[in-house]
Design a protein around this ligand. Structure first.
Ligand code: SF4
Length: 487
């Protein structure tokens, strides 16, 4: 019996994208780029390359290092341009047929595409396209892009692409290649990240700048919210494809800074590690505690705990040791050891905790089940007091923009008051950073309540578009269930 992975009480990013145009080692560099983006999705990965004559595609379940390092796989990928995708799937969607990039052969040539994010009108589009004759091969929203392009009436590919992009609603960063070009696009609000890099004159698009670092590429800039870049042999062209060209204030996902992005990435000019440490400093100011040591829940609480320790002038200790060799799932032989789940990944060091009053720092609380087990473990290791400090405001609403969240009724902060959460997790106190504190840590004076600078909907319930409705969310679940029933 496979049982829950020890990470399943976290919000999950749903994908990383990478593309490179104009380099002889394009497929190998894409593999490395995806390896750097592995934290954005571990269920499966794919690469499509083009060698000037033909497209080649490889899609596999599992980690990049387990599949795309095999010579038998890599020798089938050739060419000087490639795109790749690493996927985290929602329930029922972890099948090979949903692994991206997707590819279609149009009359004017081939097109491969992948995306990070979520089309909030994905189900509506699917129904419309199916009604018009489209036959879907997968349950992934991304495939809709291909059908929209195929059915667009415009004669030129670029115009078809723009027409297709204008049908999409929600949050997305898209990367694609044709036999002549590479394209990259961010939704009008820029909710999900996408950066542009350069390696020896080759253009690179990636979800995060850490994917540029691994191949020694230079960071050029973030792709702007609502920007479509079209890269060809004669250079890069930037256009604004969306009908409403009035500049819309961007609403980048603030949770990328809290948890999703890698700490060594730079997004919108801000280093993620620095923001996380600032969060810890703000948290110490807002939620002080009279304790002996500050300990992170690794790895997600590390940077904020360092900030908390600095901000409160307390010793920082690595009291919880993380086992890095735990896979996504684990085979459990008997029910009797089911409760050991959290210990597969974390162990509390008695030498650190014995007789100590402790601040434990974590990035967020989702259902609260893992926090409760970790706290119990720290208490059993001898801590005399445990004060939990959280580097984000209470997560009380679901995300509809490409992050897998439980139904809001399962979120601890939706069900309970702060005091009730402390009782449930069995800590002496619990404290969250305020929404303004989070904005300050991200470099803002405070949250602009009239026009927030970020998407923060999972904390505030204020969704940036009116389309994040429960109907669409339910429809997405229905697709997953249908897919499970068919399998
Ligand atoms: Fe990010 Fe939360 Fe907005 Fe989703 S709802 S995009 S996780 S800030």
């Amino acid at each position: 019996m496979a049982f829950g992975n020890p990470d399943d009480d976290k919000l999950r990013e749903e994908c990383g994208v990478f593309g490179i145009f104009g380099h002889d080692d394009a497929p190998a560099l894409t593999t490395l780029g995806l390896h750097a983006l592995q934290h954005r999705g571990q269920e499966g990965a794919g690469i499509v390359s083009f060698d000037g004559t033909q497209f080649s595609a490889e899609r596999h379940m599992g980690l990049i290092g387990d599949t795309f390092t095999k010579p038998s796989v890599m020798k089938r990928l050739n060419g000087h341009r490639a795109i790749g995708h690493t996927r985290y799937s929602t329930a029922g969607g972890d099948e090979l047929r949903n692994v991206q990039p997707f590819f279609a052969e149009f009359a004017a040539g081939g097109f491969a595409v992948c995306h990070n994010g979520n089309f909030t009108n994905g189900m509506t589009l699917r129904r419309e396209l199916q009604r018009d004759g489209a036959i879907f091969q997968s349950t992934s929203d991304t495939e809709a892009i291909l059908h929209l392009i195929a059915m667009a009436k415009q004669p030129m590919f670029e115009d078809k692409l723009v027409a297709a992009l204008n049908r999409l609603e929600g949050a997305f960063s898209i990367v694609g290649i044709t036999n002549k070009k590479m394209i990259g696009c961010r939704d009008a609000l820029g909710v999900r990240p996408l950066v542009l890099g350069d390696l020896d004159g080759a253009y690179i698009l990636a979800s995060e700048s850490c994917a540029l670092d691994i191949i020694g590429a230079r960071f050029v800039r973030d792709i702007d919210p609502g920007e479509l870049v079209i890269i060809a042999d004669d250079g890069i062209k930037s256009i604004r494809p969306f009908d409403s060209q009035d500049p819309v204030p961007s609403r980048f996902c603030i949770f990328e800074y809290v948890y999703f992005a890698r700490p060594d990435s730079v997004i919108s000019g801000k280093n993620v590690y620095t923001v996380r440490k600032n969060i810890g400093i703000e948290l110490a100011r807002e939620q002080p505690a009279d304790v002996d040591i500050v300990v992170p829940v690794p790895d997600s609480g590390n940077a904020a705990a360092i900030g908390y320790a600095q901000g409160s002038n307390l010793p920082f200790e690595l009291g919880i040791i993380r086992n890095h060799y735990v896979g996504r799932t684990f085979i459990q032989p008997t029910d009797s050891i089911r409760h050991m789940g959290v210990k597969l990944k974390h162990n509390a060091n008695r030498a650190t905790f014995e007789g100590k009053r402790v601040v434990l720092v974590d990035d967020s609380i989702v259902r609260g089940t893992t926090s409760k087990k970790i706290v119990q473990m720290v208490r059993e290791a001898g801590a005399s007091e445990i004060h939990l400090r959280i580097a984000s405001p209470p997560t009380a609403a679901s995300c509809f923009y490409g992050v897998d969240t439980p139904d809001k009724h399962k979120l601890l902060a939706h069900r309970m008051s702060i005091e009730e959460m402390a009782d449930f997790i069995r800590v002496d106190s619990i404290g969250f950073i305020s929404i303004d504190g989070l904005y300050r840590a991200a470099g803002e004076a405070s949250r602009n309540n009239e026009c927030p600078q970020y998407c923060d909907a999972c904390f505030t319930g204020e969704y940036p578009t009116s389309l994040a409705d429960h109907e669409n969310r339910d429809n997405i679940k229905q697709i997953a269930l249908l897919s499970e029933a068919r399998a």
